[in-house]
Design a protein around this ligand. Structure first.
Ligand code: NAG
Length: 198
């Protein structure tokens, strides 16, 4: 029995890890987009869509005008844009439907879970578009893997300041106490000394 328990623990750990790996997909939502360019000259209303390699097209129904920042809450009917597997990237892109030739590409890039610092990720391409994506489930991986040093240092500074303050306070208390004892002893000495002389 004693030998089985650690092994059982190990097995259940591995099992739990793989289960969480299977079920924890990370939803990526589009939080904002601004396009700087459209590629279809004849059609005034472009059909813009997002697509990850091998997955279905997601048409952004509202994005029609250049130089307007479209903001989304993430609950729109076409969201989320994609699901990211654990620690793996997906090749995705932003495209515009073309009625004559093949669809135009705004950009194609790797959408990776570790690029969502604070849960957000900006993808900008010069003269094409600027977009922000959100993946709240992606933060937890980063937070668990490596605590950010930025959040750590102010805490350490605060702790150091607290330690110094406590030290100073302790010294002050000891000094006041010692001084009081000394004064008391002095007065006591003055008080008892004359009474013994006569
Ligand atoms: C892209 O959008 C983000 C979020 O709206 C903004 O902070 C950033 O300045 C923009 N960048 C450019 C080059 O427009």
């Amino acid at each position: 029995m004693r030998k089985i328990q650690p092994r059982l623990l190990l097995i259940s750990c591995i099992l739990l890890r793989s289960i969480s790996g299977i079920f924890s997909s990370r939803s990526v939502i589009l939080s904002s987009i601004e396009i700087f360019n459209t590629h279809e000259l004849l059609s005034p209303k472009p059909i813009i869509y997002f697509q990850c390699h091998g997955e279905k097209k997601i048409i952004l129904p509202d994005v029609k005008e250049k130089h307007i920042v479209y903001k989304f809450k993430g609950v729109e009917s076409w969201q989320p844009l994609a699901e990211l597997p654990d620690k793996k990237c997906k090749r995705c892109g932003l495209y515009e439907s073309d009625s004559v030739k093949s669809d135009d590409i705004f950009d194609e890039w790797e959408l990776c879970p570790d690029e969502f610092l604070d849960g957000n990720c900006i993808h900008y391409k010069e003269k094409e578009f600027n977009s922000t994506f959100t993946c709240t489930e992606c933060i937890t991986i980063i937070g668990a893997a490596k605590p950010s040093p930025k959040a750590d240092s102010p805490n350490k500074k605060l702790n150091l300041a607290m330690a110094i303050l406590l030290g100073v306070l302790t010294i002050l208390l000891v000094a006041v106490g010692t001084f009081g004892m000394y004064k008391y002893w002095q007065r006591g000495g003055e008080g008892t000394a004359p009474s013994k002389i006569p």
